[in-house]
Design a protein around this ligand. Structure first.
Ligand code: NAP
Length: 301
């Protein structure tokens, strides 16, 4: 029996693990992918205190190493459901089931897809959701990035160092991205912003050769020749396993109180999977600490 079973080993889940382990709790960390969550696919992080600039995977690895040195049981599995017992919870996975006195849900988000024709055919053949994984395949080529948030801008900066030219395609003229990122991208000579535009088709042969874009103002279409297209159009909550628990908001994110506790006593949630406005590494870590400290209280209460 674990004191705390944590679903998801991103910054929130790993922070929760660190706090619980330092309070001598027995902790299982269940993760279906590699540990680190969103930051594993982030080229660089520049707003994490203590580091002016650090590569996402390096930060993820440092957090992972800290949790394992403290003694977390790391379990590589996909969580499929949670059963509520009288005195413990059972976290069901595609492998073993895990019992916990408390559960902390930190399963984060998955990247959204455009859903345009050709996207599926060229997935892995030019269409990608991870510049740091696939960007180097397109050294010296023309590529596209879609989106107007922090992720799209950060990955555009990363790709501008590899590609010949980066088209940043966004559906309107305003951006959600921080103004400092927007200013930096505007200064990059090999980045061209294609605004008021949406991708209506991916085309090619064996691999992607380009995208058809439609101007959102006048409906005119155009073709852009690109060998890769990186989609950064936002995220969806990874909460399939929690659908029947009655703890989700209409948008699929998890509802919590100020203690990061859900409507089910003993089940907590933290990080990007929580229904909230600001999703940053710093806020995920903050949630992780709050969830763990309240889970510890619950265990001894
Ligand atoms: P985001 O902030 O939600 O931005 C998504 C972008 O994609 C928006 O510009 C949106 O356009 C566009 N978009 C959405 N659906 C679209 C569609 N169907 N077709 C075309 N464009 C579409 O997503 P994100 O950049 O992935 O960031 C997710 C969260 O992580 C945010 O809270 C972000 O602040 C945070 N984050 C922070 C950092 C950092 O602090 N350095 C880095 C990365 C991510 P509209 O604006 O028109 O809706």
């Amino acid at each position: 029996m674990y004191d705390v079973v944590i679903v998801g080993a991103g910054p929130a889940g790993m922070t929760a693990a660190i706090y619980a382990l330092r309070n001598n709790k027995r902790v299982a960390l269940v993760e279906k992918n590699v540990p680190g969550g969103v930051i594993v696919n982030t080229a660089f992080v520049e707003n994490y205190p203590g580091f002016t600039k650090i590569e996402g995977p390096s930060l993820a690895y440092a957090m992972f190493e800290q949790t394992t040195k403290l003694g977390a049981d790391y379990i590589g599995a996909t969580v499929t459901g949670i059963e509520i017992g009288e005195s413990f919870f059972t976290v069901k996975t595609d492998g073993e089931s895990l019992r916990g006195k408390t559960v902390i849900l930190a399963s984060g988000t998955a990247q959204k897809k455009l859903g345009a024709p050709g996207e599926e055919k060229y997935t892995g053949r030019g269409v990608s959701w991870c510049a740091i994984c696939d960007g180097s395949l397109y050294k010296g080529e023309d590529v596209a990035v879609v989106g107007g948030g922090n992720s799209a801008f950060e990955e555009t900066i990363y790709l501008s160092n590899l590609a010949n030219k980066v088209y940043l395609i966004h559906r309107r003229e305003g951006f959600r991205a921080e103004s400092s990122l927007v200013d930096r991208v505007r200064q990059l000579k090999n980045v061209k912003m294609v605004l008021n535009a949406r991708i209506v088709e991916f085309f090619g042969a064996e691999t992607l050769q380009g995208v058809v874009i439609e101007n959102t103002l006048d409906g005119k279409t155009d073709r852009l020749a690109v060998k890769a297209c990186f989609e950064y159009i936002g995220t969806l909550p990874s909460t399939d396993y929690a659908k029947d628990l009655g703890i989700l908001a209409d948008n699929g994110y998890i509802l919590v109180d100020k203690n990061c506790e859900t409507a089910i006593k003993g089940i907590f949630a933290c990080g990007d999977v929580v229904d909230k406005d600001i999703r940053q590494i710093a806020t995920a870590i903050s949630d992780g600490a709050v969830a763990a400290l309240n889970a510890i209280k619950y265990c001894s209460g």
